[in-house]
Design a protein around this ligand. Structure first.
Ligand SMILES: Cc1ncc(COP(=O)(O)O)c(C=O)c1O
Length: 397
């Protein structure tokens, strides 16, 4: 009888009792809206912004409704105008092209390499040839590209870099936090991310005008003075009447959930990495599976794991089905049809027909992805790895 893994891949850890208690207090107060405070009180969302800005090492922070919303605001507040070209790595998730589209930008996708990172040669080429004003850099599944090279390309072509840190909250490159390289960064606190508030987003920047515009656009009703990590009033005076309200504020309940988990984030990052490394050790030892050597400069958060089995592409669905029967839930980025949380750049048809990106299609054709929730222990990760290796072996030629 082959071993079967029994835990769900979608189960997050429980919210701590102290956070539940704080949420109870907020509920009992009835003051859930961030601008609904009594004399002398600072809203939970305000405190969160101050704490997250300090943790991230950014001057300004805005708490908002989702990571995708933060991405949209990041582009709008950075001055994106209708029809502006936005370069974006082709390996990302649907909310990213959706945010570019919603903000009025026109994405031009950039190839990725075998390590899932953006191909910096193709980036340099397209930065020069497309007239792009923006780069939306998704650190997809936590893989951080060579940030010094990317910074240099953006600088040479006067491109504003926006970092999508949905999968890199807490990660660093060369000792610097992901989200500190671009002009503005967006983070997600949706359930499957490094902090779980159900839904939620954070925007950080050191630029006072981007921060002020983002705050007013998020729906501040001119109450921006109560924000926790905001620029001075004179900056708001310059932009407040020309920045539309596009409501997407964070409420105090979610802010309490995030504040409570922020305190444990560093500890959780090392818990994730122990699990990731246990899984990687087993899978990387198989000659039939490609993984990636993480760059020395990258301090990643191993909350998901990617691998590429060396099996015939037509056997991928069988591999997924066989692993699924043994309790291992694999996502496949090569499927023609977008399914649960996966999609390929050519399935976003609302953007119009996209040029073929052969390298990206080749890499995604056998890119498999699994979540590594903290509800798994290290032995669970070994078991999952063994099941994957076993099932890939059975199908490899
Ligand atoms: C790469 C990436 N960017 C952005 C987002 C958007 O985050 P949210 O779900 O909070 O809108 C996600 C969400 O899954 C994501 O995976």
């Amino acid at each position: 009888m082959k071993p079967v893994f029994e835990k769900p891949f979608t189960q997050q850890e429980a919210i701590s009792e102290s956070v539940i208690e704080r949420i109870g207090e907020i509920l009992r107060s009835g003051r859930l809206h961030r601008y609904n405070t009594v004399e002398g009180e600072e809203a939970e969302a305000t405190l969160l912004e101050r704490e997250y800005a300090a943790w991230q090492g950014a001057k300004y922070c805005l708490a908002c409704t989702s990571g995708g919303y933060a991405l949209q605001l990041a582009m709008r507040a950075s001055g994106l105008e209708q029809g502006d070209i936005v370069l974006a790595n082709a390996y990302t998730l649907a909310p990213v092209p959706g945010a570019i589209h919603a903000a009025g930008g026109k994405p031009v996708f950039v190839e990725i390499g075998a390590d899932w990172r953006i191909n910096t040669d193709d980036l340099a080429l397209k930065a020069g040839s497309t007239g792009a004003k923006f780069l939306m850099l998704s650190h997809m599944r936590g893989h951080i590209a060579d940030m010094e090279t990317i910074e240099a390309i953006c600088e040479e072509h006067n491109i504003t870099m926006i970092e999508d840190c949905a999968h890199t909250m807490g990660a660093t490159w060369n000792g610097k936090r992901s989200g500190s390289f671009g002009k503005v960064a967006a983070f997600s606190t949706q359930t499957y991310k490094h902090i779980n508030s159900g839904e939620g987003g954070l925007l950080t920047t050191d630029n006072p005008f981007i921060a002020a515009r983002a705050i007013v656009m998020s729906g501040s009703y001119m109450l921006y003075g109560s924000h926790g990590a905001a620029p001075d009033a004179d900056v708001f005076d310059q932009i407040k009447l020309v920045s539309p309200n596009m409501s997407g504020r964070m409420d105090n309940l979610r802010a309490a959930l995030i504040r409570g988990q922020l305190a444990d984030l560093d500890k959780n990052i090392s818990r994730w990495n122990k699990r990731y490394q246990a899984l990687e050790k087993v899978v990387a030892a198989s000659p039939d599976i490609m993984t990636t050597q993480r760059p020395q400069h990258e301090h990643y958060v191993g909350s998901s794991f990617q691998f590429r089995p060396k099996i015939a592409p037509e056997n991928l669905p069988t591999l997924l089905a066989n692993c699924g029967k043994r309790g291992v839930d694999i996502k496949w980025f090569g499927s023609e049809e977008p399914t649960a949380f996966t999609s390929r750049y050519d399935s976003w048809e609302y953007l119009g027909k996209q040029p073929v990106l052969p390298e990206t299609l080749e890499v995604l054709s056998n890119t498999c992805d699994i979540r590594v929730p903290l509800t798994f222990n290290e032995q669970d990760c070994v078991t999952i790895g063994e099941i994957i290796v076993d099932e890939v072996n059975a199908l490899s030629t």
